[in-house]
Design a protein around this ligand. Structure first.
Ligand code: FES
Length: 110
């Protein structure tokens, strides 16, 4: 089995597809190819990551982050930053990573 630096899962479920998952995946491959690191990351698709309304969703597993780095709503335009900073240099893009995004305020009942 080949040893990759990163394993990337791009959701290809219906909701993520509607929101541009194909473009995100295509941009990821092209960006990695242009940087000469396509062989260092494995990109697979999954049917659903359970956060459909936030798509296109992507998880990157690498380094010592067993929970992976979740990128929710990862648009084609965000891909160069993720490819360069995270997949090439090993530093997750904090402003795009799911646990770094501000949570919406909970609705209060009246
Ligand atoms: S369809 Fe992508 S998270 Fe469900």
């Amino acid at each position: 089995m080949r040893d990759y630096e990163s394993h990337v899962f791009v959701c290809a479920g219906g909701d993520c597809k509607k929101r541009g998952a194909r473009d995100t995946r295509k941009a990821l491959k092209e960006e990695l190819r242009s940087r000469g690191i396509l062989g260092e990351a494995r990109i697979d698709t999954v049917d659903c990551l359970g956060l459909c309304k936030h798509g296109p969703n992507v998880i990157v597993y690498d380094g010592d982050r067993p929970k992976g780095t979740w990128y929710l709503g990862l648009r084609e335009d965000d891909v160069p930053e993720v490819a360069g900073q995270h997949l090439e240099n090993g530093e997750p893009v904090e402003r795009l990573a799911a646990d770094r995004r501000p949570r919406k305020a909970k609705k209060t009942r009246k």
